[in-house]
Design a protein around this ligand. Structure first.
Ligand code: UFG
Length: 329
């Protein structure tokens, strides 16, 4: 039987497909290439170009392939865009998941691992954040992801769907082979933007806010390597296959780094001075986001392996310096 990875041409999806294939699994990828890249899809995966809102295309796939479980990454994921174009997020994320779940129910596919986010929490009540803490998203992206979690829960009650939602903190880094890595257009994430400076594509990095209530005044985030995230999806799917209960898990390293610390670390890794400039706060940024991933460790047996920021940035740098234009290089 095969694992269906929806959004398997995107950043975290493509890394999960590589880990699944390395583990000897049979993998089917579906992606509409809205933000993903055909070149990111592992050559051993069977590829379907489809939009998950297209029920007829999903029916063809589920009839043709023998699917054991689904890993669902197919969603829009830019916080800023979700605020200026919220209906796109309701359509791609919520409507897309609705069509997907209805197709799964119709074809008797009952296991799904779902890509959720720390943005479901909004401004945290405390750090490290636990899964049972208040969820009160401050942006439409987080709102749609939380609603997708709720949708799975109701479909589970009605139709026996089994699901795990994985709430990631700040995904970063690239695959050890150097074959795939992070490529967004436009790029909004801190580490790839910092690395554009030593790559000669940007003069300096802007620091969004130096007056947060943190030791150096800049925002603190929990940076987690994409390959560690990928492993968690495989563990979550195997947990469901073994009969595990529906659940939600945080995925982070449990250690926070400030924007300034990340820039300093990138200076050490690249040997470049990387000039920085202070800019106003970016709307909607919480001061600190740090995960407690205790539950994923205890229940799923997850253990992030790349927990040094230096190793994470070195792996990102390895990708960006050899692919300065992402998959177009
Ligand atoms: N930052 C800068 N300068 C930049 C870019 C980012 O100072 O040029 C700062 C941001 O203000 C933030 C930190 O770097 O404090 C990290 O920003 P990212 O954009 O890399 O990541 P976010 O923490 O905003 O977002 C991540 C995920 C989202 C998810 C969110 C949860 O990318 O998908 O965490 O809050 F929704």
């Amino acid at each position: 039987m095969a694992i269906l990875v929806l959004g398997g041409a995107g950043y975290i999806g493509s890394h999960t497909v590589y880990e699944l294939i390395d583990a000897g699994r049979d993998v089917v990828v579906a992606d509409d290439l809205q933000t993903g890249f055909r070149a990111a899809v592992h050559p051993k995966a069977r590829f379907y170009l489809l939009d998950i809102r297209d029920r007829a295309a999903l029916d063809v796939l589920f009839e043709k392939e023998d699917i054991e479980g689904v890993i669902h990454f197919a969603a829009s994921s830019q916080v800023g865009e979700s605020m200026s174009d919220p209906l796109k997020y309701y359509d791609n994320n919520l409507h897309g998941t609705m069509v997907l779940l209805s197709a799964m129910v119709a074809h008797g596919v009952d296991k799904i691992v779902f890509s959720s986010t720390a943005a479901t929490y909004g401004e945290p009540e405390r750090v490290p954040i636990l899964e049972g803490d208040r969820t009160d998203p401050t942006n439409c992206y987080g709102e749609t992801k939380l609603a997708m979690e709720h949708m799975m829960s109701w479909v589970s009650k009605a139709h026996g769907l089994h699901y795990v939602a994985l709430r990631y903190f700040n995904a970063c880094g690239a695959h050890r082979s150097g074959a795939i890595g992070e490529a967004h257009a436009p790029e909004t994430h801190l580490i790839p933007l910092i690395l554009q400076v030593p790559n000669g594509q940007r003069e300096k990095i802007m620091v969004f806010g130096g007056d947060y209530p943190t030791p150096d005044g800049t925002c603190i985030r929990d940076y987690i390597h994409v390959s560690d995230l990928a492993q968690a999806h495989i563990l979550a799917l195997d947990y469901l296959i073994r009969g595990g209960q529906n659940d939600v898990f945080n995925l982070g390293n449990g250690v926070g780094f400030s924007v300034r610390e990340v820039i300093d670390c990138a200076r050490n890794v690249t040997g470049h001075s990387i000039p920085e400039e202070m800019a106003p706060r970016r709307a909607g940024d919480p001061a600190q986001l740090i995960a407690s991933s205790r539950k994923a460790m205890d229940v799923l047996g997850w253990k992030p392996e790349q927990n040094s920021l230096e190793a994470i940035i070195a792996s990102a740098w390895n990708w960006h310096k050899s692919h300065p234009h992402g998959y177009e290089a």
